[in-house]
Design a protein around this ligand. Structure first.
Ligand code: KG4
Ligand code: ZN
Length: 340
């Protein structure tokens, strides 16, 4: 089985081919970070036009590199939402056209489901597993029992973790995207120098909240001397924010593990998977790895390139859906919002 996947829901334009043996046959990814950097965030109109400019070429290169034609495909999948709607439309319409031209089924993939199933592509993880999905737009703890069978144990009541990193990085003048910039800035910083809150830590349930942390970072900045931050202040504040986010996510994930185990929902080998762009953060990975080691859980973190947005995860989710006969009609409407 070979599936072509397209990803265009935010600021990466990507195409990839995966097969039923969990092999990535070819992939292309173009990040638009440079185009959006002057604006300090993703500009939807610029993103949609850039997808339109580049997607056809990336698809052609992907097929050529793998020596695959449309006739060899079993399906064409694209992110159908949630995301910036102009970009999602570009990917969905391209996938529909390719599916129609090749006489192949079309699969509309939920971007969150693509992140959720990535660990099955990279590490062959079996159901069920606990998923911490942490990206720029989402922050959720999900019990994943099968394709399409997700139970949400916790979510953010305000900002997502990646959004918090992005907003704090912007206030600190670290540039866009903020998460990786903040992680770099935090190197060698003292995470305990500034007192920052740990919103929701120790509370019942598994929800998270990050807007208070963002406000606290703003207040720290307001108390520092005006003008550009010193290297030391920048490192200490970045390290402090990173540690606070990691503390909160560690606490909430620990609660979700307890809840899932109490439910008897972990299966024989309890497994925690982390996915989404923020899963690239090494401090967070180390914390979650420690948490799993302490509780006898297996910890799975896909390779960094598969954690941030990419098309291999979309192709793979399309393949998993295709195996279950879950294809979509060509009148599928792209969805700006699409809860799992
Ligand atoms: O999953 P993703 O590529 O896009 C979606 O939001 O769907 O996630 C992007 C988010 C951004 O907020 C980015 O700042 C964050 O992931 N991120 C990181 C790191 N790399 C990406 N956050 C913290 N540390 C990182 N190394
Ligand atoms: Zn994503």
């Amino acid at each position: 089985m070979i599936v072509l996947g397209l990803e265009t829901s935010c600021d990466e334009t990507a195409a990839a081919l995966v097969d039923g043996e969990r092999r990535i046959l070819a992939h292309r990814l173009l990040s638009q970070h440079d185009a959006h950097r002057p604006y300090g965030g993703v500009v939807p109109e610029i993103a949609a036009r850039a997808h339109l400019d580049h997607l056809d070429r990336l698809v052609g290169e992907t097929l050529d590199e793998a020596g695959v034609t449309l006739a060899d495909l079993d399906a064409v999948a694209a992110t159908g939402g949630p995301g910036l709607i102009g970009g999602v439309i570009v990917g969905v319409m391209t996938a529909k056209a390719l599916a129609l031209a090749g006489g192949r089924p079309f699969v509309a993939v939920n971007h969150l489901e693509a992140h959720a199933l990535t660990a099955r592509l990279s590490d062959d993880v079996a159901f069920p597993f606990l998923l911490l999905l942490v990206s720029g737009g989402h922050c959720q703890l999900l019990a994943v029992r099968g394709v399409g069978a997700y139970r949400r144990l916790g979510t953010t009541i305000d900002d997502a973790a990646g959004e918090c990193f992005d907003k704090v990085a912007k206030m600190m003048g670290l540039g866009h995207p903020g998460g990786p910039a903040l992680e770099r800035a935090a190197e060698g910083g003292d995470p305990d120098r500034f007192a920052l809150p740990r919103p929701m830590r120790g509370r019942p349930g598994c929800d998270v909240s990050f807007s208070g942390l963002k406000t606290a970072a703003r207040q720290v900045l307001d108390r520092l001397p005006p003008g550009p931050l010193s290297v030391r202040d920048r490192a200490d504040l970045a390290a402090g924010v990173q540690a606070a986010v990691a503390d909160v996510l560690e606490d909430r994930t620990g609660r979700a593990m307890t809840l899932m185990a109490a439910d008897g929902g972990t299966g024989d080998s309890p497994t925690l998977v982390v996915a989404g762009g923020v899963a690239a953060n090494r401090t967070l990975r180390a914390r979650l790895g420690g948490l799993c080691a302490a509780r006898g859980w297996t910890f799975v973190a896909p390779p960094l390139a598969l954690c941030t947005d990419n098309a291999a995860m979309v192709a793979w989710a399309g393949l998993e859906r295709l195996r279950l006969g879950l294809t979509d009609a060509l009148d599928f409407r792209p969805r700006p919002r699409w809860p799992l």
